[in-house]
Design a protein around this ligand. Structure first.
Ligand SMILES: CSC[C@H]1O[C@H](OP(=O)(O)O)[C@H](O)[C@@H]1O
Length: 367
């Protein structure tokens, strides 16, 4: 994505320093801060503190973390310890485990002296694959937007709603849910995007920042407004991302997604999920019963971050002192509420049959 005319991926490897460079998302959308990640502890902290966030980006970060670990100590024990440390950072996005397992599968058969080079090569490959997967998701999602546009008077925008940030900054590039939006805009199809604020971390502000940077019309709305807009015919299509989708098409995503899917179902609004195949967990079937939901710090709910009167970024407490806050970070939308899955291989039903038809090779590999 371009920021002030310069194209950036959301992370990149600095060959000279042998460190990962990230955009520290804790300060977005107000400040664009690039920072190096140079030790395994710093990799783990970056994921836990959501300096990098978004399922695909977490996976790519973990792969570079394994590359750093292999360079420091390529022994089996050291790689296992790195796997454990990175795997323990966040429990829900399956991309983390997927990337770590792919690293171990690639590295452990190799002689120790070959592991560091192979690990970095794999991390680059995972990052590059993410860019291409998301670009392809955009081309398929574009067909949905184009079909809706064709039924509207010329110039009337297609109105989309999205939740959280499944954008460029949640991936290496393009985003997943945002990729169809960027491609529709670039194809000259008028769109307007309702952007859920997405409490408590307000990742919607990242989406607003992205869309604004790309010149895409959008409105930042409260999480509770989406159902009302759908009831009043203001939403043509909902597209969200996902952190883990089961083999039968149940979708785990940022908290609040399930409520949007219920509202969409009740109002006959198509509800699609942008789904890169590394986000499919073939080992689970019933998402509500089986997917671990991350519980995050109470302070994320009791306090809100923004630009304070003096111009500095700070926190404001919104609850009485000592109020304990619940903070489940994700929920699961059962496949019956999902109209379809937009993958890099095409659009399919949110069902075991639909996913099997597009990914027979991955099902065989999963066993
Ligand atoms: C492209 S998937 C992004 C996905 O990740 C977000 O979670 P978090 O910000 O906690 O990492 C959210 O669920 C997005 O849909």
């Amino acid at each position: 994505m371009k920021i002030n005319g310069t194209h950036y991926r959301s992370l990149w490897w600095d060959e000279d320093q042998s460190v990962l460079m990230i955009i520290d998302q804790r300060w977005l959308p107000h400040e664009f801060r690039i920072q190096p990640v140079a030790t395994l502890d710093e990799f783990a902290t970056a994921i836990v503190e959501m300096r990098v966030r978004g399922a695909p980006l977490i996976g790519a970060t973990a792969a570079y973390g394994m590359a750093l670990a292999a360079d420091l100590d390529p022994s089996d024990n050291a790689l296992k310890a790195a796997w454990e440390q990175l795997n323990a950072t966040r429990p829900t996005a399956i991309n983390l485990r997927w990337a770590l397992n792919r690293c171990m599968e690639t590295l452990t058969p190799l002689p120790e002296e070959d592991r560091a080079k192979a690990a970095l090569k794999l991390a680059h490959a995972i990052a590059d694959e993410d860019v291409e997967i998301n670009r392809r998701i955009g081309t398929y999602g574009l067909t949905l937007i184009r079909d809706i546009a064709a039924k509207k008077p010329a110039g009337e925008p297609v109105r989309l709603l999205t939740h959280c940030n499944a954008g460029w900054i949640a991936t290496v590039d393009w985003g997943t849910a945002t990729s169809p939006m960027y491609q529709a805009h670039d194809a000259g199809i008028p769109i307007h995007v309702w952007v859920d604020e997405t409490r408590p971390r307000n990742q919607g502000a990242l989406t607003a920042w992205e869309l604004g940077s790309h010149g895409i019309s959008h409105s930042y709305i409260t999480d509770n407004a989406g159902g009302h807009l759908m009831q009043h015919g203001q939403v043509d299509l909902v597209i969200t991302g996902t952190d883990r989708t089961t083999r039968q098409g149940d979708v785990c995503n940022k908290i609040g997604t399930y409520l949007k899917a219920l509202a969409a179902h009740d109002n006959g609004v198509p509800f699609y999920v942008a789904l890169p195949s590394p986000t499919i967990d073939w080992t689970v079937t019933d998402g509500v019963a089986e997917i671990p939901i991350e519980d995050r710090d109470s302070r994320e709910v009791s306090h809100v971050q923004g630009v304070l009167d003096g111009g500095d970024i700070g926190l404001a407490q919104v609850t009485p002192e000592g109020t304990n806050c619940g903070n489940p970070a994700f929920d699961v939308t059962p496949n019956r509420l999902v109209t379809g899955l937009i993958t890099e291989r095409g659009i399919c039903d949110a069902s075991a049959t639909g996913l099997a038809a597009l990914f027979p090779d991955l099902i065989r590999k999963a066993g």
